[in-house]
Design a binder for this molecule. Sequence first.
Ligand code: GLY
Length: 437
Amino acid sequence: MKILVVGNSARAHIIVETLKKSRHEPEIFAFMSAKNPGIIRVASDYEIGKLDDTDAIVEFAKSAEVDFAFISPELPLSAGVVDALAAVGVASVGPVKVLAGLECSKSFVRELMHEYDLPGGPRFKVFGSIDGVEEFIESLSDTGYVLKPDGLTGGKGVKVSGEHVNSMDDALDYCREVIATHGRVVIEEKFVGEEFSLQSFVDGKSVCDMPCVQDHKRAFAGDTGPNTGGMGSYSGAEGLPFLSKKDVDDAHAITVAVMNAMFEKYGKYYKGIMYGGFIATKDGVKLIEYNARLGDPEAMNVLTVLKTDLVDICRGIIEGTLGSIDVEFDCKATVCKYIVPSGYPDNPRSGDTVDVSGVGAGAKVYFASVDEVEGKLVMSSSRALALVGVADCISDAERVVEDGCAQVRGDVRYRSDIGTDALVLKRVEHMREVLGE
Ligand code: GLY
């Protein structure tokens, strides 16, 4: 069996390693925008190119004669790589272009949920001009508001009132900028509560959930500083400590309803990952957004504890037989922490070496934005390495990953608070406060 993996982040690295563990003993072919030394070590062959160059990806898939493709990031999905591969007979784990709108257009899911009268959405409006923006923002004065460019922004374009925007003038300026750059801005009611990621394998007919994960987007300890791609994440052995079973069931129900609505509206099965960014509020679980791929860092949490053969799951997604597969996860907690270059995210250093040779067997290391030059790992300006600890409880998993991070040598930093008892307790207390308990 031959599998093409598109992508080169730590998420792609763990996807490749998890596929490689399969009893089907697949050969991996990687299409990357930059070399990932972890992926290169296990791949039979690789090609470097632009991740939205669908022609180059298709040519590589054809020359490698792959059985199927697993698309890791959103960029190739938004460029229509799944449709292009399908045209030459290569099926993918990843949605076709129109359904990748789930992530690539922020208005897609809001309008879909409104049209099919699905629960879990905010009050919202989509604007293609500044007319009416001020009035709508004023109408959200009871909750505050969120401004979202209607397109891909690498997770950094969303602005929240009271956090990134503090006056009507700032809000209007930002909306004008977004309308100029993205054509449309989505303005939504702001939700207050605790956020969580529920990622699901989806074949268009069935939804298999992965364990819930909580990501940490802010750059610095105590959830301060600018937003990043994600500095780290944790999952519990028996769920997240601030979530009830009903919260998770409600999030699952939203994903099922959105999947069904996509089929009804577009007549195409969604095949791949639906990663819901949810928030537990005093009024129940609400949807912040969907992504059409695994989360990064959340992929590290869930794939680390996946017991079922990932190749079987991929085939289930592609063949539409996911419902007959018993997808299982180890009952373990995980904590993932990203090692980033000094100065990240605003003024990151680039070109420094980082040494992971001292990281013992405890924490697993996944490569992100690092290259291997003369036997040394050299960082670029983005997140460099994801370290993951697994144990029976979050506390112990945190200690495992913390021991690993402490052994990484170089001009780097990471968030030492992620997964600690103190931060997890803060989340639980915040949830109690939100619920008025
Ligand atoms: N965890 C953030 C993302 O993957 O977009």
